[in-house]
Design a protein around this ligand. Structure first.
Ligand code: HEC
Ligand code: HEC
Length: 296
């Protein structure tokens, strides 16, 4: 905040407090005594008059206490423009302290399972309840609350894996993240429109979907040149590259001619964010077991 606005705010805040103080004192002066009297303000409204009694003492001192409290508060906590307050409190460091406390308290719970192999952990009901909650908090935004995925987000409950479904594959996916990168037109950037049409028809033939048989046949060559280095000569994919199996009728994107054409023409970039710098190793361990349990 600029110095001008900082001073502006401070003047308004302090001015209001001192203004209240002044009002309290100024209205008190007119009253000659601290006790109740029969004196009235002198106005008469249709015969109705108003007593001119002082504020009860407790009430008066409550007002004073409010002013004093607010000055003390503004000295200790941020409230006057850029002044940070003597305690140095911020919502961020309060939050961090709370997270640290929670981590210290709960990390023991997670650590209990740290040494259990993922395969055994997947059979442990308590650990899997924990895994389910961790999944709901950290993963369900993308993979869905049941882990079934959606367009562009893989289904984690089937046994079709981009990167492999063994515990060590899943651990490595979670820890370091994954970048799925399908280059536009594979390794044949000069592909003609006809060749695109042919290779798309050829891909459709893998899963026996409706296609143009002649074009599909011509596409075999194109596939061998442009695609097989990643998806394999038989189209069964390559988990080391995250290149999906194109023959199993499980689709990350759509399965129609148009969707596949879109993938071939423009390529696909997809990212599974690394969790290693967000979640502790113990939590990742439990999550890996949970993911494993979804399909086993
Ligand atoms: C921001 C969205 C996002 C979040 C959050 C996310 N993922 Fe992913 N995840 C993806 C995407 C996208 C892919 C596919 C990457 C690709 O196509 O290469 C993926 C891939 C995976 C895979 C690999 C699947 C396979 O077939 O090999 C696993 C396992 C996985 N995620 C588990 C998790 C878990 C567990 C969490 C929670 C800690 C999580 N993901 C959080 C987007 C996300
Ligand atoms: C450099 C490696 C590479 C090459 C070459 C390549 N792909 Fe891919 N392809 C991938 C990867 C990786 C993905 C997954 C992208 C993702 O995770 O979003 C993919 C995804 C796809 C998909 C989507 C599958 C689904 O389940 O929705 C299709 C279809 C596809 N490729 C077809 C082709 C065709 C046809 C060619 C040849 C013209 C080709 N690919 C060349 C790596 C490659």
């Amino acid at each position: 905040m600029s110095t001008f606005w900082s001073i502006w705010i401070s003047v308004i805040v302090l001015g209001t407090i001192f203004g209240c103080w002044w009002l309290l004192m100024a209205t008190r002066k007119g009253q000659t005594t601290d006790t109740e009297t029969d004196r009235t303000t002198g106005h008469s409204f249709d015969g109705i008059e108003e007593y001119d009694n002082p504020l009860p003492k407790w009430w008066f001192y409550l007002f004073i206490a409010t002013c004093v409290f607010s000055l003390g508060y503004l000295a200790l906590y941020p409230g006057l423009g850029n002044f940070q307050g003597l305690l140095g409190w911020t919502s961020t460091n309060q939050w961090e302290a709370e997270v640290q406390q929670a981590d210290a308290r709960y990390s023991e719970l997670y650590a209990r399972y740290g040494d259990t192999p993922v395969l055994d952990l997947a059979d442990n009901d308590d650990a899997m309840k924990m895994g389910q909650r961790l999944f709901a908090t950290n993963c369900s935004v993308c993979h869905g609350s049941a882990g079934r995925g959606s367009l562009g987000f893989p289904n984690l409950t089937d046994d079709d894996w981009l990167y492999g479904g063994e515990p060590e594959n899943i651990l490595s996916t979670l820890h370091d993240g994954r970048n799925g990168n399908m280059p536009a037109k594979g390794v044949m950037p000069s592909m003609s429109n006809d060749q695109v049409d042919q290779v798309v028809n050829y891909v459709l033939s893998f899963s026996d979907r409706e296609r143009d048989a002649d074009a599909a046949q011509a596409g075999e060559d194109v596939f061998a040149q442009a695609c097989s280095s990643c998806h394999g000569a038989d189209g069964k994919g390559n988990q080391a590259l995250g290149a999906p199996n194109l023959t199993d009728n499980v689709w990350l994107y759509g399965s129609t001619y148009d969707w596949i054409r879109e993938t071939v023409v423009n390529g696909r970039q997809n990212q599974m964010p690394a969790q290693g710098d967000r979640l502790s190793d113990d939590k990742i361990h439990i999550l890996a077991a949970y993911v494993y349990s979804l399909s086993n």
